[in-house]
Design a protein around this ligand. Structure first.
Ligand SMILES: Cc1ncc(COP(=O)(O)O)c(C=O)c1O
Length: 420
């Protein structure tokens, strides 16, 4: 069991505006203090003074794999299995294409290739949108998309049988915080001869992730949430070594054939030839300033104990649920959306309320920052490295006061902003 001083010491390493209780690290993580200096150095010395030489002297050219290897250590993957690149949306595109490529020649009882892709209808929309876009783009492949409720997931996987190509799920539901059992679902999917793609947007740095231990095939996720890599931080894509080797053996083309996926980008040959290994998932020039911010955050995470973070996250979330339910017991419209069982939740707590948007705006006006997800979800992210037990006590108190006084019931809190 870790002491409070462990987390107090970490809190010192973040810039938290005075008077702010920040419960939105599941959407945009806060700024690590080391990041500002590192980015300034990248701007002033590497870019300003050293200019183009920095592609070699500062190793800018290898950032996707160097930073990818740091990502890998945080998700139970090996060096060479993760690339830091692009956005989660683009990486979903690459991951689905890769899964279809890997399934191209797998045997079924008939001659037609596996074409069923299953996802959760409550998955984050970008994942579902990318799958729909690929269905339109690959019309000849006749993709059969089956988006179903979580409760129907298991039977839908069974029903697809040997037509199942891929199951794509986000481990922790972005609205409710409900968590899938990664090991069990992955094994179930693989028992059908299909592949499993996990979106770890709400997992990485929220709790320990063990991709290889769960025998995961493919994964993607963001760098700007629990990771604290900064707004728009480069995302990641994980592909298990056994699949990277097969793709190489099959001479499969890169999913997006940009010059950074070419085997010799600086040979400037007109003909595209895919590079081997994880680099096949690079596309174009990496965003060096964003990479500097992300790498600083990853280096900080590599000094943290994710088991301790998980323990503390469960303590904080349990305490928040208990306090909110007690203080708000006279307001039955406020209901818990997150599972109470530890193994069934991530590191966020969500409540439903028909006036959730206005209530969240009233909280934000008090500097208690969470967010709102349509239609009625108040979302609170818990990040033990910079959130204290006192913050949790105070946040619950603020919420209770806002409900008791109907402080939320004002036109200014009902005005919808572009980002909620
Ligand atoms: C599960 C999940 N996937 C993907 C994304 C976003 O993807 P991108 O970084 O491409 O905007 C989010 C954003 O909140 C998310 O929650």
């Amino acid at each position: 069991m870790t002491t409070n001083s462990y987390f107090d010491a970490f809190r010192e390493r973040f810039h938290i505006p005075i008077g702010t209780i920040y419960l939105d690290g599941n959407s945009l993580g806060v700024l690590p203090k080391a990041t500002a200096a590192r980015v300034a150095d990248t701007v002033e010395r590497e870019w300003g003074n050293d200019l183009i030489r920095s592609w070699n002297s500062a190793d800018w050219i290898n950032t996707p794999t160097r930073v990818g290897d740091k990502y890998a250590r945080l998700m139970g993957a090996n060096a060479g299995e993760v690339a830091a690149c692009d956005t989660t949306s683009i990486n979903v595109f690459k991951a689905i294409l890769t899964a279809l490529e890997l399934q191209k020649n797998t045997k079924r009882n008939t001659n037609t290739p596996r074409n069923v892709l299953i996802s959760d209808i409550d998955n984050f929309p970008t994942d579902l949108y990318i799958a729909q876009g690929l269905k339109a783009l690959l019309a000849e492949r006749n993709l059969d998309l089956r988006f179903v409720k979580r409760e129907q997931m298991s039977e839908t996987i069974d029903a697809a049988g040997d037509r199942l190509a891929l199951v794509m799920l986000t481990e922790v539901d972005y609205r409710t915080g409900e968590r899938y059992d990664m090991k069990r679902v992955t094994a179930h999917v693989q028992s059908k001869g299909a592949l499993m793609l996990w979106d770890l947007a709400h997992s990485l740095c929220a709790f320990p992730v063990a991709l290889n231990d769960c025998n995961v095939d493919l994964a993607v996720g963001c760098g700007y949430k629990y990771v604290n890599g900064g707004p728009g931080a480069p995302a990641f894509i994980f592909v298990a070594k056994r699949h990277l080797d097969r793709l190489d053996a099959m001479n499969s083309p890169a999913p997006i054939s940009g010059w950074f996926a070419h085997e010799a980008p600086f040979a400037f040959q007109p003909e595209f030839k895919t590079i081997r290994g994880i680099k096949r998932f690079s596309v174009g020039t990496p965003p060096i300033l964003q990479m500097a911010a992300l790498e600083t955050a990853l280096e900080m995470w590599l000094t943290a104990d994710l088991n301790a973070v998980r323990e503390q996250s469960l303590r904080l979330t349990d305490d928040f649920i208990r306090r909110v339910e007690w203080h708000c017991r006279d307001y039955p419209l406020l209901t818990l959306a997150t599972p109470r069982e530890h193994e069934r939740r991530g590191s966020q707590v969500s409540f439903r309320h028909p006036e959730g948007y206005a209530i969240m705006q009233a909280l934000i006006a008090r500097n208690v920052i969470g967010d709102f997800r349509a239609p009625d979800i108040l979302r609170f992210g818990f990040t033990p490295l910079y959130l204290s037990e006192a913050d949790v006590v105070n946040a619950a108190q603020h919420l209770a006061e806002i409900l008791a006084t109907r402080e939320w019931d004002q036109p200014e809190f009902k005005m919808k902003h572009a980002v909620t």
